[in-house]
Design a protein around this ligand. Structure first.
Ligand code: NDP
Length: 317
């Protein structure tokens, strides 16, 4: 390895994916040498960076020359739960325009799915039933409330505004986003919910957000509201959601993330007539896009420049 090269260890997408990551990083920055997390010939002391998904304990302590850890996805909870992850180093969440673009597309699709009640038509189609009915609302008459106005929430807000939905958002701190009414903190949550027709969850997984979407929260939404769950499965108390759907208080849900993944075959969500299930696919940028993002961040770190999307242990995300 020449002095200009840095060694990146990759655990993301299984062993077969490593060759693809190598090709992507060759294009993004040929100075980055990519090796597999499982490669026994790698001397841990040579490793400068890792990009991982669910790394196992016991590997980090020997990597004495490590400079930063990259999550191969936007969440980092799968790394911070490892007892010996290197807390003294920057931990970087996957970001970039493509991740936000794809999440925006998913949220726009999910809100339109609820607006146009496409689950009803999917079930009717399977029965060869001509379920002709009017859509009760257009986007102009619906307000979407986005919980979490970060990279992804803001991208989703822009796309929803383009569809003529009214958009409001809830976050820890107040945001100044054109056309988006911003609510902040626990005290403004009830008012935010009371004016939300479709609730979109794009929060990170933290102790504060775990179990947040429960019976009490759902009861604060207007009757007939919908839910899009695309942050983390831990946010939603699934039995409470099912009860709210069954009672008719909620009209539908689109869910990409679940308390247990893959969603177990016995989960009632699979077949619920008001629930559309997708298998945690809302936003995954291509390997090429993610390699470009990581390569750029590595170049910044090597040049002593600030890094993007660094995990903050105080905030918990
Ligand atoms: P960011 O860190 O950019 O944004 C997080 C937002 O959540 C911020 O606006 C923050 O508020 C808000 N927030 C955090 N904690 C609280 C709280 N306790 N109360 C109110 N608001 C809170 O994250 P991203 O937008 O990049 O990603 C969001 C999440 O989406 C990820 O953590 C991940 O779990 C999920 N995700 C899901 C994917 C999928 O395929 N389903 C793919 C990618 C990500 P403030 O700005 O005021 O601090």
């Amino acid at each position: 390895r020449s002095r200009a090269q840095v060694l990146l260890l990759v655990k993301s997408g299984g062993e077969k994916a490593v060759a693809e990551w190598q090709a992507c990083f060759r294009k993004a920055d040929p100075r980055i040498e990519v090796r597999s997390w499982a490669d026994p010939s790698v001397d841990p002391a040579d490793v400068r960076y890792v990009m991982v998904w669910e790394p196992e304990a016991g590997r980090f302590p020997a990597m004495s020359g490590l400079r930063a850890v990259f999550s191969s996805a936007a969440g980092v909870d799968h790394i911070t739960c490892v007892p010996d992850w290197p807390r003294h180093l920057p931990l970087i969440r996957m970001g970039g325009e493509e991740t936000a673009q794809r999440m925006g597309e998913y949220i726009a699709w999910a809100c339109l799915t609820l607006l146009r009640e496409t689950r009803v038509f999917a079930l009717a189609q399977a029965e060869r039933c001509w379920a002709n009915r009017e859509s009760p609302f257009s986007a102009r008459q619906r307000t979407i409330g986005i919980m979490g106005l970060g990279n992804l929430g803001q991208a989703a807000a822009r796309m929803l505004q383009g569809l003529n939905f009214t958009v409001r958002g809830w976050s820890r701190g107040r945001k100044d986003i054109p056309g988006v009414r911003s609510f902040a903190g626990a005290e403004e949550l009830p008012e935010f919910l009371a004016g939300t027709d479709i609730l979109v969850s794009l929060l990170p997984s933290t102790p504060e957000t775990t179990g947040l979407i429960d019976a009490a929260l759902l009861a604060r939404l207007p009757a007939g509201a919908g839910l899009v769950s695309a942050g983390r499965g831990q946010h939603v108390v699934e039995p409470d959601l099912i009860a709210a759907l069954d009672s008719g208080h909620l009209s539908g849900a689109v869910m990409d993330v679940f308390a247990t993944e893959p969603l177990p075959p016995e989960s009632p969500l699979w077949t619920h007539p008001k629930v559309t299930v997708t298998p945690h696919v809302a936003s995954q940028a291509t390997r090429q896009d993610r390699a470009a993002y990581v390569a750029q961040a590595i170049a910044a770190q090597e040049a002593g420049l600030p890094l993007p999307n660094v995990y903050d242990p105080e905030r918990g995300y």
